[in-house]
Design a protein around this ligand. Sequence first.
Ligand SMILES: NC(=O)c1ccc[n+]([C@@H]2O[C@H](COP(=O)([O-])OP(=O)(O)OC[C@H]3O[C@@H](n4cnc5c(N)ncnc54)[C@H](OP(=O)(O)O)[C@@H]3O)[C@@H](O)[C@H]2O)c1
Length: 215
Amino acid sequence: MSKVVVFGAGGKAGRAVIQEAISRGHEVTAVVRDPAKYDDLAGERVQLVAGDVTNVHSVAAVAAGHDIAISAVYDMASAPEPFFVGAAHALLESLPAAGVTRALIIGLVSNLEFAPGQRIMDGPEFPEGFLEFSKGHAAGLDVFRSATTDLDWLVVTPPMVLDEGPRTGTYRVGGDQLLTKEDGTSHLSYADLAIALLDEAETPKNHKTRISVAD
Ligand SMILES: NC(=O)c1ccc[n+]([C@@H]2O[C@H](COP(=O)([O-])OP(=O)(O)OC[C@H]3O[C@@H](n4cnc5c(N)ncnc54)[C@H](OP(=O)(O)O)[C@@H]3O)[C@@H](O)[C@H]2O)c1
């Protein structure tokens, strides 16, 4: 049994991660900005606390005493680049100081490659409306990649479609390239993403890198 602190605990991915973690017997600290909005989250093995993933003091305070941190955050109201860069810096600075050794961060499909060296977000048909958000996520990934840290971090990147489909218990793991099926589709459920995250939490296989996951 481990103690897992989950940032963005009230979101779709955060909730799936909590379900998967408690089903495996772990204890979870669910971090949300406003606990009053998420009182359904607290439970027998889930402690609900207030925290902000972009704030070094807040991350240090809520993470103390945990083994593993999982970040499943996204803030529609913030400018993406300062948000994801700020979160990356806060996690990198505060988690090791708080005694957390392993951090799993959910990434974004658009900075995966559709061909060697060619990111989806740089392709000619990439929608303009998603560019700023994609650049923000990519900048956060760059912060992890350029960090000199003892923290055993891993960015886990979902495929093109991430949805609330069933928990199948199966997923594939790739590297920087988008994983697709023979028909070109690229899909995973939040529940199966949570399995991939908890598998990496319990039995770390990939270290200080980015992986992609898909069904
Ligand atoms: N295909 C893909 O690559 C793909 C698809 C979907 C999602 N994602 C990524 O997966 C991650 C999780 O997505 P999701 O679908 O679960 O999003 P979501 O449902 O919107 O949840 C995100 C959560 O982050 C929380 N949050 C925002 N700012 C925060 C802060 N400063 N500190 C702590 N928590 C904060 C939000 O809570 P409050 O605002 O209530 O505080 C919200 O509950 C995101 O990074 C998203 O970009 C990737």
